[in-house]
Design a protein around this ligand. Structure first.
Ligand SMILES: [Zn+2]
Length: 339
């Protein structure tokens, strides 16, 4: 396993006195896939949190997920999928996604409360949301539904992360069609196993734990680290669950541990003024020995907050080339206290 980086240097002349200035940057290659990620535009990872009260004012009036409305206006699954139509747990409810991108898609609303600041999301709330989603996955798995192959939870939290609603909710789907990067990773991990006789993720965690530069900590079977070749402008956090190939193998304890770790990461990023994130499950299919269940937490923010300029530009959107504005080893130091 190689942690390759191509170091670059840009020389520019100052407009005032033509003195030389040198600006470094780095292109890192993901050790598994070779996907390149640029570390550049170095700046202090510090943003201003907005006036949340002004931002959310009035949004509850039309929110389809607020209690009193959610059971009135959200659709129900057909009887052959979920006989009771929707799944519920405490004040949480799971129903079909009305904007599906696959045939078995659901939305899980994470309770009654319309707006929860990132730092007030508790491990218990996250775990309950995951448990409700797991119930959906188990149901479609028991049905032997042809789409019950990869069971995925995605989370877009707050509008900078692409959430069209303030009300916290999870995107929950089962699919036989692995999304791009997940498929790419799995193909590469399969090749890695064939060539090396070992699981890539097991090797990665062993190396990262010894190396310590990006390792954050271990909670139960889950190991947490800042990603070597991150996708987010403020880095990403990767969590790998030891011994687990696919989502349905996650135990109750694993879900608690993941929920705990996620809130620690949120606490760390909150200190940088970040209030929005994406989180995706990456899973193999059942018995995929080359796979390991892992998730990526990627904070979302702005290139220009005052103008609402998103942190995804042409480089990322059309080349899928990413920019991170600090070294993951330095981001690790900012997050480590909370682990
Ligand atoms: Zn709401």
């Amino acid at each position: 396993m190689e942690f390759q980086a191509i170091k670059k240097e840009t020389r520019i002349l100052s407009p005032a006195d033509s003195t030389n200035k040198s600006i470094p940057s780095e292109i890192r290659l993901d050790p598994l896939t070779g996907r390149s990620a640029r570390i550049c535009h170095f700046m202090e990872l510090k943003w201003e949190k907005p006036d949340f009260e002004a931002m959310i004012k009035g949004t509850e009036k039309t929110c389809p997920f607020c209690s009193g409305r959610v059971l009135e206006i959200t659709p129900r699954f057909p009887e052959e999928i979920i006989p009771e139509g929707r799944l519920t747990k405490n004040d949480m409810v799971l129903f079909p996604n009305i904007a599906p991108y696959d045939s078995l898609g659901a939305v899980a609303v994470m309770g009654d409360r319309h707006f929860i600041p990132m730092t007030e999301i508790t491990p218990g709330k996250i775990k309950n949301g995951f448990l409700l989603s797991m119930e959906f996955f188990k149901r479609v798995d028991e049905l032997k539904h042809p789409e019950a192959v990869y069971h995925i939870i995605n989370w877009n939290f707050m509008p900078p992360a692409g959430s069209s609603l303030i009300h916290p909710h999870l995107q929950v789907f089962s699919t036989s069609s692995a999304p791009n990067l997940m498929r790419y990773e799995m193909d590469s991990a399969k090749k890695y196993l064939e060539e090396n006789g070992t699981n890539y993720w097991d090797d990665l965690i062993r190396i990262e734990t010894e190396d310590k530069l990006r390792f954050l900590g271990r909670i139960g079977r889950s190991s947490w680290l800042t990603n070597y070749a991150p996708m987010g402008v403020a880095g990403d956090v990767l969590a790998v669950v030891n011994g687990v190939c696919s989502t349905l193998e996650l135990s109750d304890k694993d879900l608690s541990d993941i929920a705990d770790g996620l809130t620690r990461v949120m606490t760390g990023y909150d200190k940088m003024g970040i209030y929005s994130f994406n989180m995706n499950f990456f899973t193999g299919a059942k018995d995929d020995e080359h796979a390991r269940f892992h998730l990526l937490f990627s904070p979302r923010t702005f290139f220009n907050q005052a103008l609402g300029a998103t942190d995804v530009g042409a480089l990322r959107n059309l080349f899928n080339e990413t920019i991170c504005m600090a070294f993951p080893e330095d981001i690790n130091k900012m997050l480590k206290d909370d682990f």
